[in-house]
Design a protein around this ligand. Structure first.
Ligand SMILES: *Cc1c(COP(=O)(O)O)cnc(C)c1O
Length: 385
């Protein structure tokens, strides 16, 4: 065996022993909330398609029309020949939705953070990241070459201390957080973060991958708590509630111009296919014209949390904390036997010892099935101390 294969095999064996091996399971998403897996038809509570727009007739029609008109690929980086006319329309819509001067569409949410953060910060700078923020924020921080410091989850006092300790010795400082936390479903205290950023001459980035389309009347977490939070950099993804694929940043004109000129993941990566851009435009039109629909995923999540008598959901994501990775996997299998797909989330996606079921609700989940899921999960919830 080559040393490379030996390395890979040994690493795989160690992961398997700790129930941390990950394998792909073929899954066919058939109709909005139903999936086929291993020959079984399951009701999915593990898709981020919160508004079920990935299968919406108008969204699919827009994608098909764009393929007919422009072809399947964009052909090059947007700065070369890949900037088909749909991009300007989508960026205009995103900027309007988020209340900013301008927007920039990226290949994905991951590429957005991996590009934005190193464009704005470098070795003389400080990047402060919530400890539970998404992996791509940490990737962006590492790629910046700046000093990366994590603050305790949603802990404004801790962040304040870190700013007092480190801000003065760095040229610029960027604070980065999820707006809606992807594995916990809670919201960041964006007004408090914005106030700290202002006090300490720092910039604030919120990642609204799980907020756009579903909180703040569909406008995202900056709009979830009274007046719009003052956030310099509102980024997010088109791949969850928006139903398709792609990432975005909404910010001031100079920031967007700089990102389009300097972000490596924007400059050196091919533009999104026309169909993805057209689908996002159609999805945003639906969100703009029917803000009532955007309230449904949280309402469905609340039905579930009320049934289980646990804290009210504030987003479509409800974590059921289990702890041990193997116990979480077993529980997920038992739910499959009952007809539900609720995938177990294990470290390193979540901190060690906090394996969980992550239950994600969408607009079209029937109440009766949500109640049945709650009854099935109830006996499995670990007793609270
Ligand atoms: C899913 C997710 C991303 C990545 O977005 P993609 O478009 O899937 O690459 C970024 N940030 C958060 C918080 C996410 O949950």
């Amino acid at each position: 065996m080559s040393s490379l294969d030996a390395f890979a095999s040994e690493k795989l064996a160690r992961l398997a022993k700790r129930s941390l091996l990950r394998t792909l399971v073929e899954t066919t998403r058939t109709d909005h909330i139903w999936v086929e897996r291993g020959g079984r038809r399951l009701l999915s509570f593990s898709c981020n398609d919160y508004l079920n727009l990935s299968q919406h007739a108008a969204v699919k029609a827009a994608a098909i029309a764009a393929i007919e008109q422009y072809g399947v690929g964009s052909g090059a980086s947007r700065l070369v020949t890949g900037n088909h006319p749909l991009f300007a329309e989508l960026e205009g819509k995103l900027a309007r939705l988020k209340g900013t001067e301008a927007a920039c569409v990226f290949g994905s949410g991951y590429l957005a953070n991996a590009g934005i953060i190193p464009t704005l910060t470098s070795s003389a700078d400080l990047v402060l990241i919530d400890e539970w923020a998404h992996s791509c924020i940490m990737t962006g921080g590492k790629l910046s070459g700046g000093r990366v410091v994590t603050f305790r989850h949603n802990d404004l006092a801790h962040l304040g201390e870190l700013l007092v300790q480190h801000r003065a010795t760095h040229r610029h400082a960027l604070i980065a957080t999820d707006g809606v936390f992807s594995m916990d479903g809670d919201l960041a205290p964006l007004h408090g973060l914005a106030a700290l950023a202002k006090t300490h001459d720092s910039w604030l980035l919120s990642d609204d991958a799980h907020g756009i389309g579903v909180v703040g009347g569909g406008r995202g977490s900056s709009f979830a708590d009274g007046p719009k939070a003052d956030i310099d950099l509102q980024m997010g993804t088109l791949s969850k509630a928006i139903g398709g694929y792609g990432g975005y940043l909404c910010a001031s004109q100079p920031v967007i111009d700089l990102v389009k000129s300097r972000s490596r993941t924007f400059v050196y990566s091919t533009g999104l296919p026309p169909a993805s851009v057209a689908a996002a435009i159609a999805a945003l039109e639906l969100i703009e014209t029917d803000p009532g629909y955007t309230a449904l995923p949280i309402a469905k999540a609340r039905l579930f949390t009320r049934r289980l008598n646990i804290a009210d959901a504030v987003s479509p994501i409800v974590p059921i904390l289990i702890g041990d990775a193997k116990v979480a996997l077993d529980l997920s299998r038992r739910l499959e036997d009952a007809g539900f797909l609720v995938v177990a989330i294990r470290p390193p996606t979540v901190p060690a010892g906090t394996a969980r079921l992550r239950v994600a609700f969408t607009a079209l989940h029937p109440d009766s099935e949500i109640e049945r899921l709650a009854e099935t999960i109830r006996p499995c919830i670990p007793a609270r101390p």
